[in-house]
Design a protein around this ligand. Structure first.
Ligand code: HEC
Ligand code: HEC
Length: 330
């Protein structure tokens, strides 16, 4: 019996030592993606234009990093708040990650990223590590940006972000819940860029533009989209105007997805929010609203929207009925 207790005792010590070593490794050695690259973005007007198109549209940077007005349908971005940060994404995607405010990415030198180098911004967007070497939470979709875009588009986005007028806004630090607080350290990785597909290839272009669509429209499982349920919807987002907005099934399933939509209907739906009226549809408290950035995505070209439609037709249909708005108290 004494020998048995001794063995248990030794095992316990070993476990404690291993756990401590693991914890120390996680918190000191990770993330390990190396120093920010030594690069300088030589911004041309074309690059800034392309960066703006992506950041306002399909990459959704401005959607997450600004104030959205949920007294209106689809929460249009409040003009003048572009990039100022502060929106809490901690309870989004159906999880409870803690308090995770989007950060101030305007050119303000004290409260924004005005004093970051281009390489530091590049590392944050594509590898998920900030200026101080700390990991970003996965609500910032850097894993998508580092694997689903062409490097030239990342440089264009940096060129545009640099032009955001400075907004003084101190964003309080995030508070991640355990175990995500440790897991975040293991996710940052070196980027694996892809090539921008030729414009003539609609399906590849649509796939290229869908990086942000996937994140919202695919059910999250432990901080990562569950690719077996790709585009079948089901992530819930608490709305500042009351209730939950739930992402819909955009697979070509005939009954529960968008299988019955024509290409023309798809494009028109987005474009119907491009007008000043489309940006100004009043919604009362507790009335159905949506986090789908219709007003932002309305800026996409018809050709890109058509490409998104063509690509979504190639996704395997998944039967998954979604209620898009649920009014419950929280
Ligand atoms: C789905 C919402 C979302 C989208 C889309 C998004 N971000 Fe973020 N971003 C966040 C959140 C939340 C954080 C804060 C993460 C943290 O503190 O760990 C963040 C952090 C950052 C940071 C780090 C800033 C700092 O001070 O640490 C940069 C830079 C950034 N985002 C740029 C971008 C750019 C550029 C895009 C578009 C290509 C983009 N983000 C798209 C949510 C988003
Ligand atoms: C911030 C999360 C978010 C992002 C990003 C997002 N969506 Fe959505 N989307 C939603 C929500 C929530 C709904 C359901 C409510 C509604 O119809 O507005 C929705 C609805 C839709 C619908 C309508 C489906 C129906 O059944 O009526 C389509 C089509 C759609 N999204 C396509 C896209 C595409 C394409 C992208 C990428 C360019 C995208 N979404 C990105 C949240 C998002």
């Amino acid at each position: 019996m004494r020998k048995f207790l001794k063995i248990i005792g030794i095992l316990l010590v070993v476990v404690v030592v291993l756990l401590t070593a693991g914890y120390v490794y996680l918190t000191t050695a990770l993330p390990n993606v190396g120093p920010p690259p030594d690069l300088k973005v030589n911004a041309t007007p074309q690059m800034i234009e392309r960066g703006k198109y992506l950041a306002v549209g399909p990459a959704a940077c401005i959607d997450c990093h600004s104030d959205r007005d949920f007294t209106k349908y689809s929460g249009p971005v409040v003009p003048g708040t572009e990039g100022k940060g502060g929106q809490d994404l901690g309870k989004d995607f159906g999880g409870d990650a803690g308090f995770v405010p989007a950060r101030n990415i305007t050119s303000d030198k004290e409260t924004g990223i005005g004093n970051w180098t281009d390489g530091e911004i590049y590392r944050a967007i594509t590898m998920g590590v900030d200026k101080h070497g700390d990991p970003l939470a996965p609500m910032m979709p850097y894993t998508a940006f580092g694997t689903q875009l062409d490097e030239s588009d990342i440089l264009a986005i940096i060129a545009y972000i640099r032009t955001l007028p400075p907004v003084k806004n101190v964003v309080p630090p995030k508070k991640l819940n355990f175990p995500l607080s440790l897991i975040v350290r293991t996710i940052p990785d070196k980027p694996k860029f892809i090539k921008l597909p030729p414009a003539a290839n609609n399906i590849e272009t649509g796939k290229y533009l869908s990086a942000a669509c996937i994140i919202c429209h695919t059910k999250m499982d432990k901080g990562q989209p569950d690719m077996a349920k790709q585009f079948a919807g089901g992530n819930s987002f608490p709305l500042p105007s009351g209730g939950y907005s739930i992402t819909s099934n955009i697979t070509p399933d005939m009954e529960t997805g968008i299988g019955k939509w024509t290409k023309d209907e798809f494009i028109k739906k987005f474009k119907s929010y491009a007008t000043p009226e489309g940006h100004n549809i009043p919604v009362k408290r507790d009335e159905a609203n949506t986090v789908m950035p219709w007003t932002q995505f309305a800026s996409m070209t018809e050709s890109d929207l058509g490409a998104l439609y063509d690509y979504l037709r190639t996704i395997p249909p998944i039967n998954n009925k979604i209620e898009k708005f649920v009014l419950v108290q929280y």
